[in-house]
Design a protein. Structure first.
Length: 374
């Protein structure tokens, strides 16, 4: 089966392109604010979810799929020797829920069944969260999610982080439904799978109690100013905090390899990444301050994204800072899509303009594919 591994991403992309074009054509025939009142047909997204779980759950064990090979090696250790102090992954104590689940699965099922279970939680928690955030347009929010350029990467490479962030989306959805206990439960599950999700969760709870749009934007622009002025110093400071042990180790490893090979690492402010991150923020500014339309769910989504992204901006110069970027980027598509399907953002041709935003969103992912960045 390994010979088919190079084709998996292409299959996924063509299916997503088909679903996006179908939705685009449907939205093009809708006038004015018609999409705000349209109710999604969930069947195509349910079929896609099942297809993705089976296709990528039972994928070949190949280095094309990034960390899959590493997880397979750990799985074999669990199957053969059980757990001993010397065999424990470094993250097992902090991210205990994921690894202990992995250990118990290793006693009874093959690695691909375990990966299918991981894909189930990655997809279904994300989809359920989208439905809770917007019951009428949950399938369309999910379409934005599967069309995001980070979706594929965290389904085959950073799978632990991907699953944890899906539970954060579910926590957001439960909080917006007015639940009090379930957001806490889902948050604890997320942190127990990958402790880095503490960042977006802190941002989520802070925004829930302090829904101040001006503070959001002051924080983001302030983070840019601080990063430009003291970027390298801030990066070193955060690395000392050991917020994520694996991230710190990766940063050190990258520096060691560069020193060994005499490579001068590029330590610069990533304006290209910042431009990409700014799209939901720019749309939010237009929606909040010019059109003056919003609801509590949108404020919670936008605030969580902006505060988490602001933290990444502070360490943007660091190696592997993309790991921090994903802690805001995982809700990027939802923050981008939600106001377009729930608020009268544009004065004219709202439905058609939203259709082109959906197309441009996928177009960015396709361009990253062509450039070999995915």
């Amino acid at each position: 089966m390994k010979e088919f591994a190079p084709y998996y991403f292409s299959i996924y992309m063509y299916v997503v392109m088909l679903l996006t074009v179908m939705k685009f054509c449907e939205m093009q025939t809708t006038r004015g604010y018609g999409i705000l009142y349209h109710r999604d047909d969930y069947k195509p997204m349910i079929f896609f979810s099942l297809f993705f779980i089976l296709l990528f759950g039972f994928r070949p064990i190949s280095d094309i799929f990034g960390d899959t090979v590493m997880y397979n090696a750990s799985y074999k250790v669990f199957q053969t020797y059980g757990v001993t102090e010397g065999d424990l992954p470094a993250e097992m104590n902090s991210d205990w829920l994921f690894y202990w689940g992995m250990f118990y699965c290793a006693q009874v099922i093959d690695i691909n069944y375990f990966l299918a279970i991981v894909m189930y939680f990655y997809i279904v928690m994300m989809f359920t969260g989208c439905r809770k955030l917007d019951s009428r347009h949950g399938a369309t929010l999910m379409l934005f999610c599967i069309g995001a350029f980070s979706f594929y990467t965290y389904s085959v490479n950073g799978i632990r982080n991907g699953v944890a962030c899906s539970f954060v989306i579910l926590a957001l959805g439960s909080m917006c439904r007015g639940k009090r206990v379930w957001p806490i439960i889902f948050s604890l599950i997320a942190i127990s799978c990958h402790k880095s999700t503490a960042l977006p969760l802190v941002c989520m709870f802070f925004t829930y109690f302090v829904r101040n749009p001006k503070l959001m934007y002051l924080t983001w622009f302030g983070a840019i100013a601080l990063s430009l002025a003291f970027g390298e110093t801030l990066g070193n400071l955060f690395s000392l905090l050991n917020y994520d042990d694996r991230l710190a180790a990766n940063m050190q490893r990258g520096e060691d390899v560069a020193a060994e090979w005499g490579i001068e690492l590029e330590n610069r402010f990533r304006w290209d990444f910042l431009l990409y991150s700014s799209m939901p923020i720019v749309l939010g500014a237009y929606t909040l301050f010019i059109r003056k339309v919003y609801n509590n769910t949108y404020l919670l989504l936008l605030g969580t994204y902006i505060y988490a992204n602001s933290f990444w901006v502070l360490v943007i110069r660091g190696l592997f800072s993309n790991r921090f970027a994903y802690l805001s980027w995982f809700i990027y598509p939802i923050v981008l899509a939600y106001p377009l399907f729930n608020l009268p953002v544009f004065k004219k041709d709202h439905s058609k303009k939203t259709a082109y935003i959906l197309l441009a969103h996928l177009g960015f992912t396709i361009s990253m594919w062509i450039l070999g960045r995915i």
